[in-house]
Ligand binder design. Structure first.
Ligand SMILES: *Cc1c(COP(=O)(O)O)cnc(C)c1O
Ligand SMILES: *[C@@H]1O[C@H](CO)[C@@H](O)[C@H](O)[C@H]1NC(C)=O
Ligand SMILES: *[C@@H]1O[C@H](CO)[C@@H](O)[C@H](O)[C@H]1NC(C)=O
Length: 568
């Protein structure tokens, strides 16, 4: 009672003093204005983006309003945009563009020829393992035939209609069950198939956001994730209006700092994210510790195993030790894993799994009052490709447990071999401990992008990383073919030695841009440049058109000068 008096008596006196002699309308007005100001202030402070970030952005925006600065930026952007388009044309090797529907349908063989010439465009020999990640297995003839047959059988089916296509729904249910079993889910575990890792992640974020809103009343959702978490989480945060609290790494292990993660948890936290393993460094966060945090603060934990999921769940059987990462840890509430990566299914499939149906319920989107009927759909799409589901299902059965274990053993053996050899080389270092198939390298002595450039001129394509500058190789089944890893190690050795002879030189061309773009403080400009890059991916010339000639063959009329000069 004393404490209450201690505070309330002076407060009472101050308020009475303030309103002394005021008329009732004045008191009501002042009270309303005070409340509105407090609410405005609260809304201003607590937004998805932190206040520091917003102040920085508006300052930079103001600078960009200065006419001289704006003109300079616009002309640079125009220039870049043109060079992106030129790159797009270069990439398609002057193959003519089709910009409108042909008047009549085209002959089947003609179409197949066009598809072939499109599919095999590009400078990298991905079939023979020159590319990091990207192509996870160069499908053997049997598997390819199987997938082709299965897809063509199922291409018209659509799981949106369980009454009409019960079989394809059963296949989806079985893929999900198989995955639950691989990740040690119990009878309550469940999930859905999606079209890829990004959608799986988006769905998990939606489920936890809505779960937190409905069960805990959280209306300003935040998620806590390592800075290494895949950018799909940022995408989900942007789509779903979730604030991201990014947590830094331990400098030695390149896994998330657990103490910092704990500090980032607030009463608005809807989920904790960790990766098994992450994309940039291939390291795995201490999922056991994070799962404990989840339990302690009653926050669901999502394990992103999109990349490594279908390796890591076979690693024990393949004779490697891995820390616990799946539903065996009580705090782990959901897992995303891509069947179209190390599951070797054709592109367009992934699974998102939950410990319990109560989470999956919040993934579903339901509209009860639509004029078209009650509409419930599990994922982003309405209609979904039954063919992809069937092809994924068939691929899982084609390999079987033993097939995946063998394949995992090969991929991990090859990765460990490459890692071992890289650690022996002077001038470069490996980030943390790669758990599955990704090895990231950096250098304290030279600009690592020069190594990219050198390897590129030998036909290798590695992934560049930033903050700090680094490269990684994601080893896939394609790299386990005889000689591929040896060749890679050999080329690395030579290139590193060459660069070390002259370590202070800088990277050139595109590689210099990678390096210097990190030092642009105004990230919105980097963002803008990226938008122009994406525009260029959708580039088609303005005037070109197609006609169907006499023999039902496609003929191109090109009026684009750049293209014409190349075609001649
Ligand atoms: C590939 C990947 C994703 C996203 O998957 P997509 O299939 O490309 O949408 C998410 N997380 C990690 C770690 C990945 O490697
Ligand atoms: C496109 O190719 C031409 C000729 O091969 C080359 O000179 C030019 O620099 C390339 N442009 C870009 C943007 O890569
Ligand atoms: C479904 O949605 C995804 C995005 O999540 C998209 O990539 C895909 O093409 C869509 N369509 C079908 C039929 O799956």
């Amino acid at each position: 009672m004393n404490v209450i008096n201690f505070i309330s008596v002076p407060a009472k006196n101050t308020i009475n003093q303030t309103f002394k002699g005021k008329e009732p309308w004045e008191i009501a007005g002042m009270t309303s204005i005070t409340i509105l100001t407090v609410v405005w202030f609260y809304n201003f402070i607590f937004q998805e983006e932190s206040i520091v970030e917003r102040i920085k952005k508006s300052a930079l925006k103001m600078v960009r309003r200065i006419p001289a600065v704006r003109n300079k930026i616009n002309s640079e952007l125009k220039c870049l945009s043109e060079s992106f388009e030129e790159e797009a044309i270069n990439r398609t090797k002057a193959l003519p563009y089709i910009t409108s529907l042909p008047n009549q349908g085209i002959d089947l063989n003609e179409i197949l020829k066009l598809v072939e010439s499109s599919v095999y465009l590009g400078n990298y020999d991905w079939k023979n393992g020159r590319v990091s990640g990207c192509v996870y297995r160069n499908a053997e003839t049997d598997l390819r035939t199987l997938v082709k047959e299965v897809y063509s059988l199922a291409s018209l089916t659509n799981p949106l209609h369980p009454d009409i296509f019960p079989g394809v729904c059963k296949m989806e249910a079985e893929v999900v069950r198989i995955a639950c079993q691989l990740f040690n889910g119990d009878g309550n575990s469940c999930g859905t198939m999606t079209t890829g890792g990004t959608e799986s992640i988006l769905m998990a974020c939606k489920a936890f956001r809505d779960y937190a809103r409905d069960v805990k009343g959280i209306t300003r959702p935040e998620m806590v994730m390592p800075v290494t978490a895949h950018s799909a989480f940022d995408k989900a945060a942007q789509y779903l209006k979730i604030r991201v609290r990014a947590v830094q790494l331990d400098p030695d292990s390149y896994t998330v700092n657990i103490a910092a993660m704990k500090r980032a948890i607030t009463r608005n936290t809807i989920m904790l994210v960790c990766s098994a393993p992450n994309f940039p460094y291939g390291t795995m966060d201490d999922i056991e510790a994070i799962a404990k945090l989840g339990l302690r603060y009653n926050v669901p934990v999502h394990v992103d195993a999109c990349l490594g999921g279908f390796l890591i769940c076979f690693m024990r059987a393949a004779g490697y030790s891995v820390p616990e990462f799946d539903f065996r840890l009580e705090g782990v509430c959901s897992i995303s894993a891509d069947t179209h990566k190390y599951g070797y299914a054709p592109k367009g499939s992934s699974v998102v799994l939950y410990r319990d149906k109560k989470y999956r319920h919040h993934q579903f989107t339901i509209t009860t009052d639509w004029l078209g009927g009650i509409y419930g759909s599990p994922t982003v799409n309405g209609s979904r490709a039954g063919g992809i589901i069937a092809a994924c299902w068939a691929t899982l059965l084609y390999f079987g447990h033993e097939g995946y274990v063998q394949s995992t053993k090969k991929v991990i053996d090859t990765t460990r071999f490459i890692e071992q050899e890289l650690r022996k080389m002077d001038g470069i270092y490996v980030f943390g401990t790669p758990v599955t198939s990704v090895i990231a390298i950096g250098s304290k002595f030279f600009d690592i992008y020069r190594l990219s450039q050198a390897l590129n001129s030998r036909g290798w394509n590695l992934n560049p990383l930033q903050f700090p500058s680094a490269l990684h190789i994601c080893v896939t089944h394609v790299h386990t073919e005889p000689g591929v890893a040896q060749q890679f190690v050999h080329d690395m050795k030579e290139d590193v030695a060459t660069i070390l002879r002259n370590p202070s030189e800088n990277a050139k061309g595109m590689y210099a841009i990678y390096g210097s773009s990190q030092s642009i403080a105004d990230r919105s400009i980097v963002g803008e440049i990226t938008k122009y890059f994406l525009d260029a991916v959708y580039y088609t010339p303005k005037e070109e058109c197609t006609t169907v000639g006499k023999e039902n063959r496609i003929e191109f009329k090109t009026s684009n000068e750049k293209l014409n000069s190349k075609l001649l």
